[in-house]
Ligand binder design. Structure first.
Ligand SMILES: *Cc1c(COP(=O)(O)O)cnc(C)c1O
Length: 378
C-alpha cells in the first residue's frame, strides 16, 4: 500500500541520532537548544522555540501560555485534527467553531467576526494542507481586542505569506514533527511566539512549572539547589536524541518543500480539466509547504473513489472529519450543520499520497486511477 504520507530518513539523520547516543546528554542538553534555535530561525522569530514532545503538547503549552482557562472562549476551525480544539477544552475553555473558506479550507475571517465575544481569549487557525492562514484578515477582525492569534502550523513549517514566514504571522505558532509532517523528530513539536514573556510561560509549563533563574525566584538566598514552582505544568521535554534528528532534517526542509511543490504541480496538471474534481487552491502571496494534496470530488462520490483507490493499493486519507461531530462535542450540544462550508469540504475531500520520496511514476499511477474512475463513471 502506497501511504498518504511518510518520513524521509537518510544516512545523515541516522548518524546525527547515533552521535547523540554516544554522548553525555540524552535529554535537556545542547541538541535541544540547537534545535530550538533552528526552529526559531525558520519561523523568523528572535526568541528560541520551545521544543516539546508532540504537536498536541505544543498546542497544550501554547494555550496554557496564552492564559486560557475556564470562562474563556477559543474560536477555532472544525477542519483540523482533534488537538487544535481539545487542548483548549482540557484547560476548561469553551470551544467555538467558526467556518472555513471554501477555497483553502482555512478559518474564514468573516465567520470568526460573527463569533467573537467579550469572552474570546484566542482565535486559533490551522494552515490546512500547508497553506498559511489569512493572518492579516484574522488580525483585522480581532482589531484592538485583547485576543491572541494562534496558528496551528502542524502542516506548514517552512511556509510563508507575503514574504513573512509561518511562525511570524501569529502571536503564537505551534508545529508538529510527527513522521507524516514536513520534517520529523518521530514524535515532537514546538511553540514559537512574538512576545518573549508568553514564550517564557510556555517554557515553564513544559518543564513542570519549575523555574531556577535568579530573577524568577521569590527566595533568592536559600542555596544553589533552590527552585520554585510559580505555575502548574507538565513534563513535555523533547529529548536530545530526537532534537538532533530534527536539526538534521531541517537542513533538507527546502528540498522537501520543493519536492512537495513539484508533486502538487504534477497532480494539478494530471487532474486538470475534470469538472467532477476540485483541486487545491493557492492564494496570491501564499507560499505553502504542501503537507497534503487535498483533492475534492463533487456529486457524493467520495466514498466510492476512496474505496476504489484503497482497493488499488493507494493509501488515501480523509482530512478531516469536522471536529464537533465527535461524540465528546455532540454530547455537549454541538450539532451537525454548525459549519456548513467545512462539512461540504469534508464530504468531498480525499488526501492523495504526498511525501518527498514519492516518485513521479507513483504520482502518475494515482492520477491514472482517478482519471479512469471519473471518466468511466464507476
Ligand atoms: C498532526 C497535527 C497535530 C498534532 O500533532 P501530533 O504531533 O500528532 O501530536 C495538531 N494539529 C494538526 C493540524 C495536525 O495535523
Amino acid at each position: 500500500m502506497l501511504p498518504y504520507g511518510r518520513q524521509s530518513i537518510d544516512e545523515s539523520d541516522i548518524e546525527a541520532v547515533a552521535q547523540v547516543l554516544r554522548g553525555d546528554w540524552l535529554t535537556t542538553g545542547p541538541a535541544v537548544a540547537a534545535f530550538e534555535r533552528d526552529v526559531a530561525d525558520v519561523a523568523g522569530v528572535p526568541t528560541p522555540a520551545v521544543a516539546v514532545t508532540s504537536g498536541t503538547a505544543a498546542l497544550h503549552v501554547a494555550y496554557a501560555a496564552a492564559g486560557v482557562g475556564p470562562g474563556d472562549q477559543v474560536i477555532t476551525t472544525p477542519l483540523t485534527f482533534l488537538a487544535t480544539a481539545t487542548c483548549a477544552a482540557i484547560l476548561g475553555a469553551e470551544i467555538v467553531f467558526a467556518d472555513v473558506s471554501p477555497d483553502t479550507g482555512n478559518l474564514d475571517p468573516a465567520s470568526v467576526a460573527d463569533k467573537i465575544t467579550d469572552r474570546t481569549k484566542v482565535v486559533a487557525g490551522v494552515d490546512y494542507g500547508g497553506h498559511p492562514i489569512d493572518a492579516p484578515g484574522l488580525r483585522e477582525v480581532i482589531g484592538d481586542r485583547d485576543i491572541l492569534l494562534l496558528e496551528d502550523a502542524a502542516h506548514s513549517v517552512g511556509g510563508s505569506l507575503d514574504g513573512t514566514p509561518v511562525g511570524s504571522l501569529a502571536d503564537l505558532t505551534t508545529f508538529s514533527f510527527f513522521p507524516t509532517k514536513n520534517l520529523t523528530t518521530a514524535e515532537g513539536g514546538a511553540v514559537v511566539g512574538l512576545d518573549p514573556e508568553v514564550v517564557a510561560r510556555a517554557r515553564t509549563f513544559k518543564g513542570i512549572g519549575m523555574v531556577r533563574e535568579p530573577d524568577q525566584l521569590r527566595v533568592k538566598d536559600e542555596g544553589a539547589w533552590w527552585y520554585e514552582m510559580p505555575e502548574l505544568g507538565l513534563n513535555y521535554r523533547l529529548p536530545d536524541v530526537l532534537a538532533a534528528l530534527g536539526s538534521n532534517q531541517m537542513k533538507r526542509l527546502a528540498q522537501f518543500k520543493e519536492r512537495r511543490q513539484a508533486i502538487t504541480d504534477r497532480y494539478n496538471e494530471g487532474l486538470a480539466g475534470l469538472d467532477e474534481l476540485i483541486l487545491p487552491t493557492r492564494r496570491p502571496g501564499a507560499e505553502p509547504v504542501w503537507h497534503l494534496y487535498p483533492l475534492r470530488i463533487r456529486d457524493g462520490r467520495r466514498r466510492a473513489l476512496f474505496d476504489h483507490l484503497r482497493a488499488s493499493g493507494i493509501g488515501v486519507q480523509v482530512n478531516y472529519i469536522p471536529v464537533y461531530w465527535q461524540p465528546w462535542f455532540a454530547d455537549r450540544g454541538y450539532e451537525r450543520g454548525l459549519c456548513p462550508v467545512a462539512e461540504t469540504y469534508y464530504e468531498g475531500e480525499i488526501s492523495l499520497p504526498m511525501y518527498p520520496d514519492l516518485t513521479d511514476q507513483q504520482v502518475d499511477q494515482v492520477i491514472g486511477l482517478i482519471r479512469d474512475f471519473v471518466t468511466h463513471q464507476h
